[in-house]
Design a protein around this ligand. Structure first.
Ligand code: 2RA
Length: 345
């Protein structure tokens, strides 16, 4: 069968990737409805050789849809996702609005697809840095049991959005021309620099991004007591995030065993041959379905420690692809798109 799919935030960086991936993955579409703010309504987008007109995202815009892919900021998801679910849509939301809501499954299909069986109309996708980090950590946890983990991230500017991509480009051009470098999106120059600040600072000195990595990793892996400490840094890379993971396990983990586990995990591509300078880089893993894992070595700071490096596309596995993979897997596994109570209504 085929499905009537709506995209909320269709004109944004992630929305554009959703359109491309639905087409390139031949998602069974009966209809594709592009929804965005009133400001963008009326714009025409070229989709698969057809011109589609963007409609305003408002409650009645969800009538008749089976799936609503939300790629908008939290406030819009908070306002409209319940409206869409009420109208019988399965909402797949990439924002942080519902991720920690106990009634909302937070899902990476390769890890906890079963959690989708208890949805009440809304399913959340994790923060991009969490999804990418867990493509390396989760298969190792499943085999060796993780106790404590440190994340250090190297996050591309596309995670902020199209305006940040433009900012890096403009600062690069200004540098080449010897012109003044302007800062609009970030508090510091991002060109030739690093900014250890993503999202907002909490009272404990951790940023929202760092708190998300801790809380979301615990929820997705079902490890409420997992010890996590993250440092999330913006780097002058256009696309794809990278993460250094230092993890302590219940038992010693040798590199060969770790490589075997990662090579067998569907969400990861093992790329680990340091003698030949082979390891993942963000440039190589942009627009890749899998996340690259390499630099695997015993961690010298832990008993039973292992450290490794992951690079993954933050717009794909970190956002658009993960949402689409949830829908694909639910359809493949015959998991109800509508919550039980609605289905009988
Ligand atoms: C970022 N993870 O990279 C956040 C949102 N995509 O800015």
């Amino acid at each position: 069968s085929s499905y009537r799919v709506g995209i909320v935030g269709a004109t944004g960086a992630v929305g554009q990737e959703l359109i491309g991936l639905l087409l390139s993955r031949s998602f069974p579409l009966a209809e594709l409805r592009l929804l965005a703010s009133a400001r963008s309504a009326g714009r025409q987008l070229e989709v698969g050789g057809k011109k589609l007109t963007v409609q305003e995202a408002k409650p009645e815009a969800f009538d008749g849809l089976d799936i609503a892919l939300f790629a908008a900021e939290g406030a819009i998801a908070k306002a409209l996702a319940p409206e869409a679910a009420k109208r019988g849509c399965l909402v797949l939301d990439k924002s942080s609005a519902f991720r920690m809501d106990p009634k909302v499954p937070l899902v990476i299909p390769e890890i906890n697809l079963a959690a989708t069986r208890n949805h009440a109309g809304i399913i959340a996708s994790p923060n991009c840095s969490t999804a990418i980090a867990l493509m390396g950590l989760y298969p190792l946890h499943r085999k060796f049991g993780v106790k404590r983990v440190f994340f250090s991230t190297y996050q591309s500017v596309s995670g902020t959005g199209a305006d940040a991509i433009d900012e890096l480009e403009a600062q690069t051009q200004a540098y080449v021309k010897g012109a003044a470098i302007e800062k609009k999106v970030y508090p510091y120059q991002i060109f030739q620099n690093l900014i250890p600040h993503i999202d907002s600072f909490g009272a404990d000195g951790y940023t929202g991004e760092e708190t998300k990595m801790r809380e979301e990793s615990r929820k997705i892996m079902g490890l409420p007591a997992l010890q996590v400490s993250a440092t999330c840094v913006r780097v002058p890379v256009v696309r794809a995030h990278s993460v250094t993971v230092n993890a302590e396990f219940e038992q010693p983990v040798d590199v060969a065993a770790a490589r075997e586990v990662l090579a067998a995990f569907p969400g990861a591509q093992l790329l680990d041959d340091p003698a030949n300078k082979v390891y993942p880089t963000p440039l190589d893993f942009s627009r890749q379905v899998k996340c690259g894992v390499g630099r695997i070595r015993r961690d010298t700071a832990f008993e039973n420690g292992l450290t490794f490096w992951v690079s993954g596309d933050n717009l794909w596995k970190g956002a658009a692809l993960n949402s689409i993979q949830i829908a694909e897997a639910m359809i493949r596994e015959g998991i109800a798109l509508r919550p039980r109570e609605l289905a009988t209504a």
